[in-house]
Design a protein around this ligand. Sequence first.
Ligand code: SAH
Length: 489
Amino acid sequence: MPGTVFLVGAGPGDPGLITRKGLDCLRRADCVVYDHLANDSFLLETKPGCEKIYVGKQAGNHTMPQEAINRLLAEKAQTCETVVRLKGGDVYVFGRGGEEGAWLRREGVPFVVVPGVTSAIAGLAYAGIPITHRGVARGFRVMTAHDKGGGLTDLDFSSMAGTRDTLVFLMGLSLVGEIASRLLAAGKPPETPAAVISEATLPAQRVVTAPLSELEARVREAALPSPALIVVGEVVNERETLRFFGEGPLGGVRVLVPCVGDAPSRLGELLRGRGAFVTETPVRRIREIPGVLTEEDVRWAQALVLTSRRACAFFFAQLFALSLDARALANVRIAAVGPGTEEALQSYGLRADLIPEPHTGAGMEALLRRVLAPGTRVLYPKVKGLAPELAEALDSFCALRAPELYENLPAESAALPADAAFDAAVFTSASAVRGALELFGRDALAACGRFVSIGPKTTAELEANGFAAAEAAHADLGGVAEKLEELFS
Ligand code: SAH
């Protein structure tokens, strides 16, 4: 019984533009057969032991003939349960997915198509160009500039000259001059708006717009690299209003966010919203140590101290595992280190009685010293082994129990992609600093240029390792974003 081949579209390059179904397939895959992709960070998503086979095709450089790819897919399905055939954009938009599907059908190998976000539409959108627009273009045509014979011979330029539909050419960068002159010769007005979008949806995205008659000269001048899309039509004018990608206070700034635990982080979301190009990589892994909290701990406590969203999540996981719920905390004073931790707390139906200012461990200690009677029974769930300062301080004036509910372990993820380049790296904990050093090494990290830290402990860790840090004015994610803006404005 052969396995199943999933023909998966990876989208145009932005790793966020693969579909959920596509990503699920990728994570399950025993074998991935992939093309030259605009972004190969997807390969980091595969499980350990997954076989990865490059059959990449770039213009003029066919690594493996199509026939051989077809045979490879059928062959891999004999030994693997899940084979993923990963292609850029959508599988059926000039991706030869149809040929692969037909071959698999003939061979009796089950296959599933997972459509992708095509560059022909999404690439335009990221350049601020809607492929249709009410009153401007009521349709579109997507064409390849390369047919079997390698050129433009089969395209019907006279019908293209006569339409208001948006025209999109793929695989056409080297033929941009010929495309323009054929359109002009067929009667397309020379002032028709046109654009070339290079490396669409990626940090390196560049867009050149020009009237059709000047397009080639302007594209040569800008020396745009492939892959690129050529767009011809009035919709190009909408870019002035609709451009968004890489715009904003952090427009175009490339930021590395080493994460403790799973990416994507809230910080990534926040920075992207301000125009930054964000790469998030897990540098440490978090694992629960189950069954540590006891019912007696909860009954004993007069105060509960929560210093992170994560501590909050593991505390409630273990509380529920004891068949208790928020009512067990009815008479317990709760301190949360900052607004993020309080937000997590509220999701369990509780509010914080105490929030220190500043939102740091030292702030928490100072506050509790002021408000708690000596000897108060304090429960402080924490990470195993690390960050002992607050526990030591509390122990000196309270009755303390500090159950270690989770541990912080080395990550399994790989090194940074070789071609990655960053303007800044942002750290939200000392542990992220240590993890990034372990995983990437000092030189790769130093190449990130500027370093932003969320607070004093993170700054100290950076400085101890020889990196000058710009520290957020307030120790939360908003503070980090503001500090970055300050550095790059
Ligand atoms: N199946 C793909 C297209 C494959 S043909 C899709 O649906 O997008 C390859 C061509 O797609 C390239 O020559 C280029 O014209 C276009 N292309 C793919 N990704 C692109 C990107 N990130 N930026 C610009 N053009 C891209």
